[in-house]
Structure formats: structure tokens, C-alpha cells
Design a protein around this ligand. Structure first.
Ligand code: GDP
Length: 304
């Protein structure tokens, strides 16, 4: 039913082999196909507009080669431009030179932060690190318990002080900023080398919560602030990403729920709008359903 963009583009140009240069009319027909496919992949409208303008300019300037037919040539241009917008190279985690590396997670409720904390913890453990998860989401009654379950499943330690208990790290006040700060102190004293701070998210963008996230960020001075976004969020990706970028100035993006039907348009939108690199992809509910983000694979996913 759904022909891939590559197929559609190649078909548009089937009969054009041998023309010296693509005409504007030829290119316009293709650009329409590209626009439609990107919108179907849920890329934000302004991003689609800018992207197609770049592709059009390149396609008009391109000599039709002997080796590729014009359709293949446009597919190549689209693929290259997609990869470039998606960030080109895979961006790696920035590790602290001294003391524990602090990674803070931010995003809407349900985006997949808590699940990601476990995955990231497991992934880091497999690489020889000793991470600890810090439960700074005190907004939802179940969040701390959920993080503990996630940590247990992933075999990663969790710092979540119980109100009323008696160690130096207890937090009877329920202050997420204090929990985050204590979590980093705890990591330092127990020789954990990576601290992953889970924070609260709301269903919509919420100024009080954004301020809380910013306070946590200022308190723990993270090496990375990862913005977790549900790939299924579609056209809302742009506004959500902008709000979090202004609110916490994140350093990288994690795209979650890529195992679903989402074609990855959110990746293109978020990257284009914020300029921040997409670092990881979450691809399921299991602790191993997680990988570093590869712009070339995402470009193929959007094209195919
Ligand atoms: P948080 O509110 O941001 O902490 O989000 P959670 O980590 O609690 O995730 C919300 C829901 O999405 C849970 O039911 C998770 O199991 C599910 N989830 C998280 N990441 C993924 C993913 O990559 N794929 C799928 N299919 N489900 C996910």
C-alpha cells in the first residue's frame, strides 16, 4: 500500500535517463513527493519546507550522471541531506574528567525517561562503568518505586532515600533538587562513576516543572542533559523540543519508542529546530532495547 519514498522517487524519473540536466518541472514533481513522504513521516511542516528547498536547489544544479538515473540521483541527494540534518556522525557521551559523570534526563511524562534510566545504566555497566540511578521524580507517587524496579531489572543501583529513614542521605522533605544533589554526593562517596538523574515530567509543558528541572540542573551541573522524546509525538515534537531547549538547554536527545509505527520524523524535526544531536534510540520496553543513534540508519528509515 505504502510505497517507499525511494521507490516513488525512482519511479517519477524512470523515463528521464540521459537528459543533461533535470528541468524545474521534473524537480518540482519530485519535491512534491518528498514533501508528502516527509509529512507522512510526521516531520514538522516548517522543517519539511526548509528541507525540500535545499533538495530542490541541489537537484536543479546536479548534472545527470551516466551511472545513476535521475530518480536514483535525487534519492541520493535526499539521503545525503537527511543524514546531514540528522547530524552526520554519532555523538558519544561526554564523560567527566574528574569525579562522577552526571547525566540528567528531562522530558514529558510518559516519554520514556525512567525506562531509559535503566537502559542507559545497563549499557554503561556493560562498558565497565559503575552507574547509579537517582530518583528525582517525586511528582508521581509511583515514580520512585518504578525507578527501583527498573534499576533492579537492569542490575543498576538506585539512590532513592526513604522519608523517615536515618542515613545521612535521607530526604524527609521530598525536595527533588536535594535528592539530586545528595545523589551526586552519594555517588562520589561510594565511587559510582556515572550518575543518572531521573526527573519529573508532566503531560504538557509546565513552567513550574521546567523551573524544577532547571534548579536540578543548576544544582548538579550535569555533563549531559538528555531530552527524551517519544518518536510517536508527531507534529508536537517541535514545540516540546523548543520548550525543553529553552527550559533546560539540553545537550542531547534520546528518541524513544522507535519500535512503534513512527517513521522517525520527530528526529528530523527536533534536530533541525534545536541543532542538538540525537544520541540514543530506545526501541522497546526491555532493558536491552536501546542503541546509539545512527543518522544514516534513520535516513534510510525515513526514505524506505
Ligand atoms: P517517563 O514518564 O518519561 O519516565 O516514561 P516511562 O519510562 O515510565 O515510560 C512510559 C511508558 O512507555 C512505559 O509503559 C514504558 O514501558 C513505555 N516505553 C518506554 N520506552 C519505550 C520504548 O522505547 N518502546 C516502547 N514500546 N515502549 C516504551
Amino acid at each position: 500500500m505504502f510505497n517507499s519514498l525511494s521507490d516513488r522517487l525512482t519511479a517519477t524519473f524512470k523515463n528521464l535517463r540521459g537528459k543533461g540536466r533535470l528541468s524545474e518541472a521534473d524537480v518540482d514533481a519530485t519535491v512534491r513527493e518528498i514533501r508528502r513522504a516527509l509529512l507522512e513521516a510526521d516531520v514538522a511542516v516548517p522543517v519539511v519546507r526548509e528541507f525540500t528547498a535545499v533538495v530542490k536547489e541541489r537537484a536543479l544544479g546536479a548534472e545527470v550522471s551516466e551511472a545513476l538515473n535521475p530518480g536514483q540521483q535525487i534519492v541520493k541527494i535526499v539521503n545525503e541531506e537527511l543524514q546531514s540534518v540528522l547530524g552526520g556522525e554519532t555523538r558519544r557521551i561526554n564523560l567527566a574528567k574528574t569525579g562522577p559523570t552526571v547525566i540528567m534526563l528531562a522530558g514529558l511524562q510518559g516519554a520514556g525517561k525512567t525506562t531509559l534510566a535503566g537502559k542507559l545504566g545497563k549499557w554503561l555497566t556493560d562498558q565497565g562503568h559503575k552507574p547509579v540511578l537517582v530518583a528525582s521524580d517525586l511528582q508521581r507517587p509511583n515514580a520512585v518505586t518504578q525507578l527501583k524496579v527498573v534499576g533492579e531489572r537492569a542490575g543498576v543501583a538506585v539512590f532513592a532515600p526513604e522519608p523517615g529513614a536515618t542515613s545521612e542521605f535521607d530526604d524527609p522533605t521530598g525536595d527533588p533538587v536535594k535528592v539530586a544533589r545528595d545523589g551526586v554526593d552519594f555517588a562520589r562517596s561510594k565511587l559510582y562513576d556515572v550518575v543518572i538523574v531521573d526527573t519529573a515530567g508532566r503531560l504538557g509543558i509546565d513552567q513550574a516543572l521546567m523551573n524544577q528541572a532547571r534548579d536540578i540542573r543548576d544544582a548538579v551541573d550535569p555533563d549531559e542533559v538528555l531530552f527524551v522524546i517519544d518518536a510517536m509525538i508527531g507534529q508536537d515534537a517541535v514545540n516540546t523540543a523548543k520548550a525543553f531547549d529553552e527550559g533546560v538547554d539540553f545537550t542531547g536527545v534520546v528518541l524513544s519508542k522507535l519500535d512503534g509505527d513512527a517513521r522517525g520524523g520527530a528526529a528530523l524535526s527536533v534536530r533541525a529546530v534545536t541543532g542538538k544531536p540525537i544520541m540514543f534510540a530506545s526501541t522497546g520496553e526491555g532493558v536491552r532495547d536501546f542503541e546509539q543513534f545512527h543518522p544514516d540508519r534513520m535516513a534510510s528509515r525515513i526514505l524506505d
